[in-house]
Design a protein around this ligand. Structure first.
Ligand code: URA
Length: 230
């Protein structure tokens, strides 16, 4: 929400008083004087007028987890262990998953309480590539790359996938970069050639790479640089 609306919504100020507060440079957002009425105020922002705290702002949290196989990318599941269970109980509250992985897919999983940030990471329009290491049951043909580059029609969603980059690493091993995260997307892309994916591991999302120091099941906070790169 913009700062002037945030302030005017409070019972203590009318719109004229808000304009005056801003002009008099009495409002601070995250410790910095904010005179622009359009300054964004989020649930994470600390807002002060003079020495009065109007909103403390809850801390924004960003984690990377090395997802092991055999965990559901969900916050709750009646049957299986969830990735949230890999975190201490006190850390789980209000986190959501930015780009889910299938039950047996391993690798980079990002958890956050910042919905605006996670949308930037996952929305196809931002075109952030997600890199996957893929192992298949049958040999990968040299013609796959051109088909993936062109896009594949997914009838269920009635869409054509955005161009994807395939690098063949071995007869049954490849690295695939996709900018979307459609349901079972990688498996369905290889399924187009009747080639079953038998191993799938996410290495990176945009500039965020899975930390090689993280054992399966381990997690760490993202650095400020990793958060800012999205
Ligand atoms: N594509 C898939 O098919 N599965 C995943 O877990 C991720 C991408």
């Amino acid at each position: 929400m913009r700062l002037d609306r945030f302030l005017a919504n409070l019972p203590c100020y009318n719109r004229q008083q808000v304009r005056l507060l801003l002009v008099q440079r009495r409002v601070r957002v995250d410790g910095i004087v904010a005179a622009d009425p359009l300054t964004p105020v989020r649930e994470f922002s600390r807002v002060e007028v003079d020495e009065q705290l109007l909103q403390a702002g809850r801390p924004a949290r960003y984690l990377m987890l090395n997802k092991p196989a055999g965990y559901v990318s969900a916050t709750l599941d009646p049957q299986h262990r969830t990735v949230l269970e890999l975190l201490p109980a006190e850390m789980r509250e209000d986190l959501h998953i930015a780009g889910r992985l299938d039950f047996n897919t391993t690798g980079l999983l990002i958890l956050t309480n910042d919905g605006q940030w996670s949308r930037r990471l996952t929305q196809p329009t931002t075109k952030l590539p997600k890199h996957y290491l893929v192992e298949t049951e049958d040999d990968i043909g040299p013609h796959y790359a051109a088909t993936f580059q062109q896009g594949l029609y997914f009838a269920f969603e009635n869409l054509t996938t955005l161009p994807a980059q395939l690098d063949i690493l071995g007869p049954r091993r490849a690295r695939l970069a996709i900018v979307e995260g459609r349901y079972h997307q990688v498996k369905r892309m290889f399924g187009h050639f009747d080639n079953k994916v038998v191993g799938l591991h996410r290495e990176s999302m945009g500039a965020i790479r899975l930390d090689p120091g993280l054992a399966p099941g381990a997690y760490r906070a993202l650095t400020d640089e990793e958060v800012a790169g999205v």
